[in-house]
Design a protein around this ligand. Structure first.
Ligand SMILES: [Zn+2]
Length: 395
């Protein structure tokens, strides 16, 4: 009987120790829920103050810049409400579990006359860290620049209009959709006049400093960038710049006049690597003038590719293309679309062929169906152009 009792006692001990082990490894079920909620409350308040900080930085960086630089004509600058969102990472420490754990310590054993390690069970609070990701949506103000309908040409600006390609000439005023949105200032009229004889190019600046080239109308039916480009031309008449800007507002006037995407039945943005094509001639002029950066401005139809406001670029062979696209993308909330190497997927695109010539280039897209002008698309294209010029330190 005695033996049986011992066996029972041992079984009880084993089960007890097993129970203890379960407590240690899974954490005691008797968690202190009150403390849990308390500590998470306090940490919430700190995280929200961090969020407000980000917001104020966001605001000031946009608004102060405009005022302090003094470059911007205050009449042309307005503020627009924009919604932006980001994922906030919130992490905090929580004392949530009281656990019974095995603590080892040194003990002097008189009988053995030496130190030995032994253990005992003690209660302890377990600290844990909780990390949460929260989707935050905020509203902020950022500046947008709008060209006034009546530009004040107080300053005498020397601009030069030349023709790149004499085979593309046409009367772009035949494009009613385009003409409805264009303010016919004298400089715009001169460009329209020149486009009858071929691809017009207008130069701002005396050909010194940083030289950049901006192109629109590679696809004639992509109207918003062409309107935005003419708005830009109007605004540059009234503005000081550093360096030189070459602007090609209608890459192929004959396509723009007929409101079509094609040139001789071909996509002009897939043949710029072929000698003699209008887009190839534009790139030759860029190379000849030692252009440092090139921006090609397009619009994309709903459901097309990319089908949203976006900036295309590649990292190789010119890494600056990627940096420029990243900047424009962040400034205009356009999606950044990066390719590892230029001229792989689209070898004949203006952007890719430009990269091959070692001229950093981006393709900017705004959402607007072909042959039409979607509300807000002209302003978006215009802000992409301004971001491009700001990246190139033109102003
Ligand atoms: Zn296009």
């Amino acid at each position: 009987m005695n033996g049986g009792v011992i066996v029972k006692k041992q079984a009880l001990l084993i089960s007890l120790s097993l129970f203890c082990a379960i407590i240690i490894f899974t954490g005691a079920a008797s968690a202190t829920d009150d403390q849990n909620t308390l500590s998470s409350d306090t940490s919430d308040s700190t995280s929200s103050s961090q969020l407000e900080d980000t917001q104020s930085i966001y605001k000031s960086s946009n608004l102060e810049e405009t005022k302090s630089q003094g470059v911007y004509n205050s009449q042309l600058v307005t503020y627009e409400k924009v919604k932006y969102s980001y994922t906030a990472k919130v992490s905090y420490k929580v004392r949530n579990k009281k656990v019974y754990y095995k603590s080892y310590y040194k003990k002097w054993y008189k009988s053995g006359g030496r130190w030995r390690y032994t253990w005992r069970y003690v209660w302890k609070y377990k600290w844990t860290y909780i990390t949460k990701y929260r989707y935050e949506a905020r509203t902020a103000y950022r500046y947008v620049e709008k060209t006034s309908d009546k530009p004040t040409n107080n300053r005498t600006v020397t601009v030069e209009i030349s023709n790149i390609d004499t085979s593309t000439g046409a009367d772009v005023t035949k494009n009613n959709v385009l003409m409805k949105h264009v303010s016919r200032t004298s400089v715009v009229n001169k460009l329209i006049q020149a486009s009858r004889k071929g691809t017009p190019m207008i130069r701002f600046g005396d050909g010194t400093g940083t030289k950049v080239m901006m192109v629109s109308g590679v696809h004639g039916s992509e109207i918003p960038p062409q309107i935005a480009m003419l708005n830009l031309v109007n605004s540059l008449m009234d503005r000081n710049i550093k360096g030189t800007i070459y602007i090609v507002p209608f890459a192929i006037p004959s396509s723009t006049a007929r409101n079509t995407r094609y040139w001789n039945g071909k996509n002009p943005n897939s043949i710029s690597n072929i000698a003699g094509t209008p887009t190839n001639k534009i790139l030759n002029v860029a190379k000849l003038n030692q252009v440092k950066y090139l921006g090609d401005f397009h619009s994309t139809k709903v459901g097309g590719y990319p089908g949203k406001n976006a900036v295309f670029c590649s990292k190789y062979p010119v890494y600056n293309s990627y940096l420029m696209a990243k900047y424009i993308s962040s400034q205009t909330s356009s999606k950044l679309l990066t390719y590892a190497s230029a001229a792989m997927e689209y070898p004949g695109a203006v952007e890719d062929a430009s990269n091959v010539l070692r001229i950093p280039a981006v393709t900017c897209e705004v959402l607007s169906n072909h042959g039409t002008v979607r509300s807000g698309s002209v302003n978006k294209s215009y802000s992409q152009m301004l971001a491009f010029l700001r990246y190139c330190k033109i102003f």
